[in-house]
Design a protein around this ligand. Structure first.
Ligand code: ATP
Ligand code: MG
Length: 264
């Protein structure tokens, strides 16, 4: 379960470049809930993920994960419980290390034990079996340096690294956006399978409106650092892409009207 209470973040506060990227963001996610996050460029989606991961501390508000207040925990401590996959396949893995070394590192990190390059037979088999399930031939390339893999293959390795030890929360930041359509579809199918099998509480940022409405069970829309729409259940089932886009422009217009009122 994730609970965000009144998160606020202003970058470069007190300067002419001051920019409020999060405004009173509150959100409650049930255990195992899969939420998609949409919103235009600069809406604050990645900033919200950064706030949850502890890349910076928020100016106000609280973050609770499984009932524990993590608001002031350092990023590396949160990383043991929160898995994150980025748009850029180059992020999230060490290119100079082999697939098995990367997986061993992630596994050890999640268990907070000392890192050992020496892999036990049991662990090797665990990694190999996990890779084999996705039929990309990666199980036969355990000793290949990750830097030599394609973007899609790297995203699978990153996804597995994040979920070998089930995280309390999985954050996907446009993790299929840099892939060709067929590979993106395959990575999405693998994502759904991993999330469902392990009942992982998940947030996924996407610019693909169709995918946002069909993946998971809830969709939130962000704009100018705020959550402006929260769809689930029947309301979400009946939502069409066209209506959602219309709602977005209506919300934007409302905002403009409010600004005009303030200015007037
Ligand atoms: N470290 C930072 N310092 C200053 N400004 C920042 C920082 N991080 C984000 N911002 C600003 O906060 C706003 C929100 O950025 P963010 O990256 O969260 O957008 P986004 O919704 O993820 O957009 P996109 O869809 O383009 O990825 C932007 O105006 C961005 O310039
Ligand atoms: Mg972003």
């Amino acid at each position: 379960m994730l609970e965000l209470r009144g998160l606020e973040k202003t970058f470069a506060r007190g300067t002419v470049n001051a920019h409020t990227a999060l405004r009173q963001v509150s959100l409650h996610l049930q255990h195992g809930e899969f939420v998609t996050v949409i919103g235009s460029n600069g809406a604050g989606k990645s900033t919200l993920f950064n706030a949850i991961c502890g890349t910076f501390l928020c100016d106000a508000g609280h973050i609770l994960l499984d009932g524990k207040d993590i608001t002031f925990l350092p990023e590396h401590t949160r990383a043991r419980q929160i898995g994150r996959v980025f748009q850029d396949p180059m992020k999230g893995t060490a290119p100079g290390m082999t697939i098995e070394e990367n997986m061993a590192l992630a596994y050890t990190r999640a268990h907070s034990g000392p890192f050992s390059m020496a892999l036990s037979k049991k662990k090797f088999r665990l990694f190999r079996d996990a890779l084999a399930r996705y039929e990309m031939g990666l199980e036969d390339r355990m000793k290949t340096k990750v830097g030599l893999l394609s973007g899609g293959q790297r995203q699978v390795v990153t996804l597995l690294m994040c979920t070998l030890v089930t995280p309390r929360l999985l954050l996907l930041d446009e993790h299929t956006a840099a892939l060709d359509p067929a590979t993106a579809e395959k990575i999405m199918a693998i994502t759904n399978q991993i999330v469902r099998e392990n009942n992982i509480t998940t947030m996924m940022i996407t610019h693909n409106i169709r995918s946002a409405l069909t993946t998971g069970s809830r969709t939130i829309m962000m704009d100018a650092g705020q959550i402006i729409l929260d769809l689930s259940g029947e309301e979400r089932e009946q939502m069409t892409m066209e209506r959602l886009l219309k709602m977005y422009s209506e919300k934007k217009k409302e905002e403009l009207d409010n600004d005009r009122m303030l200015l007037g």
